[in-house]
Design a protein around this ligand. Sequence first.
Ligand SMILES: [Zn+2]
Ligand SMILES: [Zn+2]
Ligand SMILES: [Zn+2]
Length: 281
Amino acid sequence: MSCIVDAGVFMVAHVTDVSLTFLGTGTSVGVPVIGCDCVVCTSDRPQDKRFRSSVLFRAGDQTLLVDSGPDLRMQALREGLRKIDAVLYTHAHLDHVVGFDELRAFCWRRQDPLPLHATPSCLQTLQKMFGWAFFPKQEIAGYVRPDPKVIAGPFFYAGLKVTPVPVEHATVETIGYLFEYPGARSLAYLPDVKRIPPASVELLMDVDVLVVDALRVADHPTHFSLSEALATAAGVRAKETWLTHLSHENNEESLANSLPDGVRFAWDGLRISLNHAPSLA
Ligand SMILES: [Zn+2]
Ligand SMILES: [Zn+2]
Ligand SMILES: [Zn+2]
């Protein structure tokens, strides 16, 4: 809440809390990697424990989950998550969809089917993988009740504008999302990307907060390297940038000091308030 004094009248205005919470910041195999003895995988630092990439975007009482990866159950328990209003999918790679089954617990606590926003090809893949959930006449008691929403442009959740941002990543149709709420900082989430087409760059110009793929230092055929992520952040003039979808090849402890002002590695559990001015020097 904030207080506003207007023409001698003392009023109390409610400010909608708008925030992003990182459920996971790791690449598809997570960090640590099974069976790996590298310095990152054997580290005790909390920053070196990364679930598969996923975020929660909150605006007031609306909670949107971006992707349902294989760690969704542990992520939801860690965050005390009880309710989601929709799932927004970026693409149909397994590290972003295979936790679909965990959406059951959220469906038990709601009357209506759960909106699932995705591109046509991503929805098709979900319907192939979890076909039994999409047959309305054969509804399975207690299972996920999806309300498929084909993404065809920007959509709204109680004043929050969500704009799909098409990107190139491997051969699978992939999007990121731009979140805009009146009076709050804008935020773009692009966890899996190798190239951003010019029309999408236009959407991202001067974004307040950019969350972007930075898989590792070395070049990779389907993900941004660290230098590609930094060039993108500078190119769109992002005021604040958080790096995500990180592999064990990114030694955050040794690399953190080399990042430019306004750019940092994200970590699991990090919450960014979008009501406040940029916090990164
Ligand atoms: Zn991924
Ligand atoms: Zn390792
Ligand atoms: Zn991917």
